[in-house]
Structure formats: C-alpha cells, structure tokens
Design a protein around this ligand. Structure first.
Ligand code: SAM
Length: 339
C-alpha cells in the first residue's frame, strides 16, 4: 500500500485538512504547547526548517495575527458553514456539509493558494443572533511581555524550500547551518533576541539509522549553538527541536544540557509511535560563563577548517591527560637488544 493512501487514513492528516493546517505536524507543536506552554509571553519567534509552514501557521495564529480560515475549492464564500460534530469554530477552520452553524464573515483579505482560499476575518456574526463575536483572544490580543505592555510580534521562518506566504511571518529561503542565514534572522530582529526557537528540521533520511541520527543531531546543534544564532536566544527562553531518538541520543542530551538548564524529551500523540521522531524541549538557555558562540564550536565536528587549539576558556574542550605505568617499565619508543 502506498504511503499516500496510508496518510489519508491517518486521523491527524484528515484533521489537518479539515482545519486548514498545511501539514499534520501542526498538531505536534500544538500538543507540545499544551504540555510546555511554549508561547507564553513570546513576542519574537524563529521557525527553523519551516516548510511547508504548519508550525509557522501555529505561531502566526497563536501570536497575535488574525485567524486565517482555509476553505477547500475555488470561490470566496461569504458564508462559512461548519458543523459542531467536526469541532468547527473560527479557531480551527471548518468542514462538513451539514450546516448547523452559519457564520457571516467580515472579510479583511482573501488569498488564493493552490486549492485553498485563505480568508482573514475581522469579526463574524452568527446567524442565530445578530451579536458580533470577537475573534479568539489568543489571535486578536497582542501578546504581552513581562512588562505587561503589548509589543510587536515578529516571526521569522527559514527553510531550504520556498513556502507560501503566511500573515505576519517573515520568510527566509536558506540553509540553517549557514552563518549568513543566521545573520539574516538577526537583521530581522533588529538586535533583539528571540523568545522562542522551534525547529522541525529533518534531513533527507538514508535509511541507515546511525547516519540519519547523526545528521539530524548535527542539524539541531547547528540550529541552536552556532554563532551568531545563539546570540538571538534570550537567556532563560525556550527551544523546541525535532530529534531522532535512537540508541545514541544520550550524547545529544548531554550536549544540550551544556546550554540549557532543562532538557525534556517529548513525544506528542500526533507523532507516530512507529517513528523514531521525538522532540526535545530545552528551557533556560544558560550557556557556560564566557562561552562565545561561534561556527567553530567543537560540538560540530564537520568544521574542518578550524584550529580547535586556538579556542580558549569554555569554548575549548580539554580533557585530563594521564601518563600511566611505573617509570621503570619498558619505554615503547626505545630499541632494546635481544636477550
Ligand atoms: N515544521 C514543518 C511544518 O510544520 O510544515 C515541517 C518541516 S519538514 C518535516 C522538514 C523541513 O526541514 C523540510 O522542509 C526541509 O527542507 C527542511 N530542512 C532540512 N535541512 C535544512 C537546512 N539545512 N536548512 C533549512 N531547512 C532544512
């Protein structure tokens, strides 16, 4: 049986279609948020490896921006029809052909992408009454910072592939392991640090688990640790990354523990049990004192042009060296006469 037919039976695949998410992965981030409250107080977020963009959709919807409603098929309906059975509301889009609720939308913008029409609404009325129903607070109220004041939300999404536009999401087409990409992200934040970094990055898998796991780990480390990207992380804030939870995953946990006070592995229900995929939620970014993030970090062993001996302080890894054996033992470099 082909993969697509299996996917179509998958409940999260179908829910994603119904609710207008670009990929079923959206539910993974939503479920991680239920557990870790990822979006609380977040004003600047980075979505690494973002295409086709369902995590960016989640960020866009959760952090301030007006709720987009996706409808299948052409045309731009003014009436939005949904069923209570399908859990229809303006937060999660609509589906179904049995109209039990009819909404009248006040449309701000209509955008047509592929088979979808995206409608951005100001407000809507329910036909059973004339009352205007405000959009959900999480999407209309600006996020508030620690100071209680609202401030501009900024979301930057990066991927190797191009992605259809999303409200309030700045897109960069680039490689997350490149310094130039990190610099571009920083430019968009205008010197301020990010509150949340999410990365659902997955390399093209080879099927050789050890290699796949290694490449995935390198992608993750490049995402978080490299200069200048680490400069965008505000101390104590949170990162959420996809990992391949293979037999050597402890090494990656140890590496992350150097930089974050709390590292938790999580498997949302929407992530298939048969998949090696899991997520790490890293909280409390607190790099070692004196640590200077840079592309030549020894954690990333693909930096061939780096002289690791030039690194200093916590940036350089020095392990104890111990000469063992009695001094009267044979010297292996000497030539001794035959007895
Ligand atoms: N979170 C996305 C969503 O919800 O729509 C799905 C991400 S998909 C599982 C993995 C993505 O990682 C792919 O789009 C791929 O292009 C991207 N990717 C892999 N390596 C990358 C790299 N070095 N730089 C940028 N993106 C990368």
């Amino acid at each position: 049986m082909g993969r697509s037919s299996k996917d179509k039976r998958d409940i999260y695949y179908r829910l994603a279609k119904e609710e207008g998410w670009r990929a079923r992965s959206a539910f993974k981030l939503l479920q991680l948020d239920q557990e870790f409250n990822l979006f609380q107080g977040v004003r600047r977020a980075v979505d690494l490896c973002a295409a086709p963009g369902s995590w960016s959709q989640v960020l866009s919807r959760k952090l301030n921006f007006q709720e987009p409603i996706l409808t299948r098929g052409g045309g731009c309906p003014i009436y939005l029809i949904g069923t209570s059975q399908s859990g229809c509301n303006l937060t999660n889009g609509f589906c179904g052909s049995e109209p039990t609720n009819i909404f009248v939308l006040f449309i701000r913008q209509v955008q047509k992408l592929d088979e979808y029409v995206t409608i951005y609404v100001h407000k809507y009325t329910h036909t059973s009454g004339t009352q205007l129903i405000p959009a959900p607070s999480s999407t209309t109220e600006p996020n508030r910072g620690d100071d209680g004041k609202s401030s501009e939300v900024k979301i930057v999404a990066v991927d190797l592939q191009a992605m259809a536009p999303l409200p309030g999401v700045i897109q960069i087409q680039g490689d997350i392991t490149k310094v130039s990409t990190a610099q571009e992200i920083i430019r968009h934040f205008e010197g301020q640090s990010a509150d949340l970094v999410v990365c659902d990055g997955a390399p093209d898998v080879t099927g050789l688990h050890d290699i796949d796991e290694y490449i995935q780990a390198q992608l993750l480390l490049a995402a978080v640790i490299n200069e200048p990207r680490s400069l965008i992380l505000r101390v104590q804030m949170c990162c959420c990354f996809q990992i391949f939870r293979g037999k050597d995953i402890t090494l990656l946990y140890s590496q992350l523990k150097i930089f974050f006070s709390e590292v938790t592995c999580a498997k949302p229900r929407s992530s298939r049990n048969s998949s090696i995929e899991a997520f790490v939620v890293c909280q409390g970014y607190s790099p070692p004192e004196g640590y200077i993030p840079n592309m030549s970090n020894p954690l990333l062993d693909y930096c061939y042009d780096v002289d690791f001996n030039q690194l200093e302080g916590p940036n350089r890894v020095i392990v104890p060296f111990l000469a063992c054996g009695d001094l009267s033992a044979y010297d292996s470099d000497r030539t001794y006469p035959l007895q």
